[in-house]
Design a binder for this molecule. Structure first.
Ligand SMILES: C[S@@+](CC[C@H](N)C(=O)[O-])C[C@H]1O[C@@H](n2cnc3c(N)ncnc32)[C@H](O)[C@@H]1O
Length: 389
């Protein structure tokens, strides 16, 4: 007669064969002193074989191994008997939990999967992406992939965001005809997912030789990023501890500021304009300055009396005036959503390209900014203060 464990393992095999397994985990070691705390298994399609990828999670290290399907299932069978009390199968539709009770009996519970995760079994699938996974050292170091360069389930949104960002930036960068050495500054580089991807794309795809600097005031992030740059052999990418406003920088040709908080975005745009950058790209974050500065005393107060609507108005006004100021200083400017709202609500991008043509009507732009400010009872936009206009 089949035991609960046999049924559970057979179900696991079916899910693997049908390519419906999201993740399998073994937890609660029978030997409490064991250094091996957990085993995480996923099904992965390599170039030549469909295998089970085991991550053995020890106290201080992960060891990764691939097994042929039947061999892997046998190992799991043994591990449930000898090494672990609990196991969990997460499939597209169901979660199955196996518990070994103190009397040795095995109990199985089933529930509906609440996760709505994309399945990435195949190594080949993300190949059409601009940023490839294979042998990608910085994506591995940043935890986007595991030690085998396979995309981690919980990082699929981040990977999508990275690719979308490069996809959007690529035509703008190609248009610039930056052939000689040039300098890209990434203001508020944070964990630098996008900084690394941009450097990778510029050097390895476009075969350009930019110098790139990430400015970040968190020293820990600067150190981690510099270590990753070294491992990836990104010799002209450097991270510097400093503030967007004050960091010492050479001439900036491309200015990037993604999700720099509140007026830090204005400081970044200011530095880009002052440096006569050919391209300014920013994805604004919070918009506190204008929200506080708004003092509406006309019909629009019927909108701004609702907190969330005031916040949205503040976002629109802040970024519109930023775009208008960039136009005033000769940047052909576009504002658009760069990734769908479901991935990040901070999805607005402002891209300004320095135009060789003179601006049609600077006075008109100033008059329009003034009219918008008057409507919302705003004294000054922070970027105006910085630019002294
Ligand atoms: C939300 S994170 C975004 C990181 C990265 N640009 C991205 O989009 O993935 C913002 C980063 O900017 C840094 N930051 C914010 N204001 C800054 C400033 N004035 N000077 C330097 N770094 C700043 C923060 O420490 C944080 O790491």
């Amino acid at each position: 007669m089949k035991t609960n464990k046999d049924i559970f393992v057979a179900q696991l095999l079916d899910l693997v064969n049908n390519k419906e397994l999201v993740k399998f985990t073994l937890t609660s070691p029978k030997d409490k002193t064991s250094d091996l705390k957990k085993v995480i298994v996923s099904a992965v399609e390599l170039k030549k074989a469909y295998v089970l990828n085991f991550v053995y999670r020890h106290t201080t290290k992960d060891i990764t191994k691939n097994y042929e399907i039947n061999e892997g299932i046998q190992l799991i069978n043994l591990a449930i008997e000898q090494d672990f009390n609990n196991a969990e199968i997460i499939s597209i539709n169901e979660i199955l939990n196996l518990y070994t009770l103190p009397n040795g009996k095995i109990q199985i519970k089933t529930s509906k999967t609440k996760l709505n995760l994309p399945l990435t079994f195949s190594h080949d699938k993300p190949k059409d992406k601009l940023i490839a996974l294979d042998n990608n050292i910085y994506l591995r170091e940043l935890g986007v992939t595991n030690a085998n360069f396979e995309l981690r389930m919980d990082m699929s949104d981040k990977y999508r965001q990275i690719n979308k960002y490069i996809e959007l930036l690529a035509p703008n960068l190609k248009d610039l005809n930056l052939t000689a050495d040039f300098h890209i500054a990434d203001m508020g580089s944070g964990k630098a997912y996008l900084t690394f991807a941009l450097y990778d794309y510029m050097t390895n795809e476009l075969k350009l030789s930019p110098k790139m600097t990430g400015i970040e005031f968190r020293e820990d992030l600067v150190n981690i990023s510099n270590n990753i740059a070294k491992k990836a052999n990104f010799t002209a990418l450097n991270f510097v501890k400093g503030t967007i406003a004050d960091a010492q920088l050479e001439k900036i040709d491309v200015l990037i500021a993604l999700h720099a908080c509140d007026t830090a975005t204005d400081e970044a745009i200011f530095r880009g304009i002052k440096s006569d950058a050919s391209l300014i790209v920013c994805a604004p974050c919070c918009h506190k300055q204008i929200r506080k500065a708004m003092n509406v005393s006309n019909e629009l107060s019927n909108i701004t009396k609702f907190g969330i609507l005031k916040e949205r108005q503040a976002e629109i006004i802040t970024d519109s005036i930023r775009a208008m100021i960039m136009e005033y200083f000769g940047y052909k400017t576009k504002v658009f959503e760069f990734i769908s709202m479901e991935h990040t609500p901070k999805n607005l991008m402002i891209v300004g390209k320095k135009s060789s043509k003179s601006i049609a009507d600077k006075e008109k732009i100033l008059a329009n900014i003034l009219a918008i400010k008057k409507l919302y009872g705003i004294d000054k936009h922070y970027l105006e203060t910085l630019m002294e206009i």
